[in-house]
Design a protein around this ligand. Structure first.
Ligand code: HPA
Ligand code: ZN
Length: 325
């Protein structure tokens, strides 16, 4: 439709995207074969039948299982380039992309192999499309804090290749304050600071991410609506929220896309952005998230505001932002 086309061509950034969440089932099976990895699925149809999630954890179980097919530098390069192709088609000018090295390291891979492959894919995307991409080192919060510190040990020699640190995986029971020292150290390495908070966890975790970790953006953050004072504060401070509507729907954070509190947050003056999170699992890349909101009656003018917010909330230098506006 014309609306869908208009939403695709809006200049935007994507600020909440897990590269491992772009692993499509077809590619997972192809890489399993290429790398001799055995998966407990009987072909594509059987694998496809597993994409029904009751909550965050049931998604994470499949997401971590399929990550075992990623073995070589080329695998990571191919995965990144495939994502950047989708992103370019959806009007993305810049993407700030999470990766989960602890999981790959637990699968026996070297941190530098993962980083090299992702950087190869980013270089291919820049050459092919002129798209700008940067990496967010994501800490898996349900692994021990010592594992996060070991990750920083591995990441430190090439810290200048990273944009930011993030915090993902199972949220409830793993509050941001556990990672105070990890974030302090990452800040000392020159990284920007973001964290998932208020997806399944309470608004209190958003408050901790701001006050204890000193994050500059909140990933998801939809539970902030339970705390009106916090909504006012985040609006006043210009903190970006990277909301992911189809993710919230598929992980049953909401029962309908119309109940993702986008309009309420925009009306409160919050710098809301829209993103795809794990598009291979949740039924669409970023433009599909925009059109899903349009289908709930959110006006295209509001979606244009959101695209503008995504440029303001990104960590590109001011000249880079100006070029995207
Ligand atoms: N939340 C928590 N952990 C994740 C997500 C998410 O949306 N995607 C990938 N890991
Ligand atoms: Zn996420």
């Amino acid at each position: 439709t014309r609306t869908a086309q208009a939403l695709r061509t809006l200049p935007k950034t994507e600020l909440h995207l897990h590269i491992e969440g772009t692993l499509e089932p077809e590619l997972a099976l192809r890489l399993a074969e290429r790398n001799g990895v055995t998966l407990p699925f009987d072909g594509l149809d059987d694998l496809r039948s597993r994409y029904h999630f009751a909550d965050l954890q049931s998604f994470l179980d499949l997401y971590y299982q399929l990550m075992s097919v990623l073995r070589t530098r080329e695998d990571f390069a191919d995965l990144m380039f495939a994502y950047l192709t989708h992103a370019h088609e959806d009007g993305v000018r810049r993407a700030e992309i999470f990766f989960d090295p602890q999981v790959h390291m637990n699968n026996g891979l070297d941190y530098n192999l993962v980083l090299d492959g992702l950087q190869d894919g980013i270089a291919r995307g820049r050459d092919a499309y002129g798209i700008d991409a940067a990496l967010i080192l994501s800490v898996v919060r349900d692994l021990p804090v010592e594992s996060a510190q070991a990750l920083l040990d591995a990441a430190a020699p090439r810290a200048s290749e990273l944009l930011a640190i993030g915090l993902d995986s199972a949220e409830v029971g793993y509050p941001p304050e556990l990672f105070e020292q990890v974030y302090e150290r990452a800040a000392g390495m020159g990284l920007h600071l973001v964290a998932h908070a208020g997806e399944e966890g309470p608004a209190e975790y958003i408050r901790q991410a701001l006050d204890v970790l000193h994050v500059e953006r909140i990933d998801h953050g939809v539970r902030i609506v339970d705390d009106p004072a916090l909504v006012q504060r985040v609006a006043a401070e210009g903190i970006g929220l990277t909301v992911c509507p189809l993710s919230n729907l598929r992980l049953q954070v909401v029962d309908d896309v119309a109940n993702v509190p986008i309009r309420q947050l925009l009306d409160a003056g919050v710098r809301v952005t829209v993103n795809s999170d794990d598009p291979a699992y949740f039924g669409g890349y970023i433009a599909r998230n925009y059109t899903a909101l349009a289908e709930t009656g959110l006006p295209v003018t509001a979606l244009a505001t959101i695209a503008g917010n995504s440029i303001e909330a990104c960590f590109a230098p001011e000249e880079g932002k100006a070029a995207m506006r």
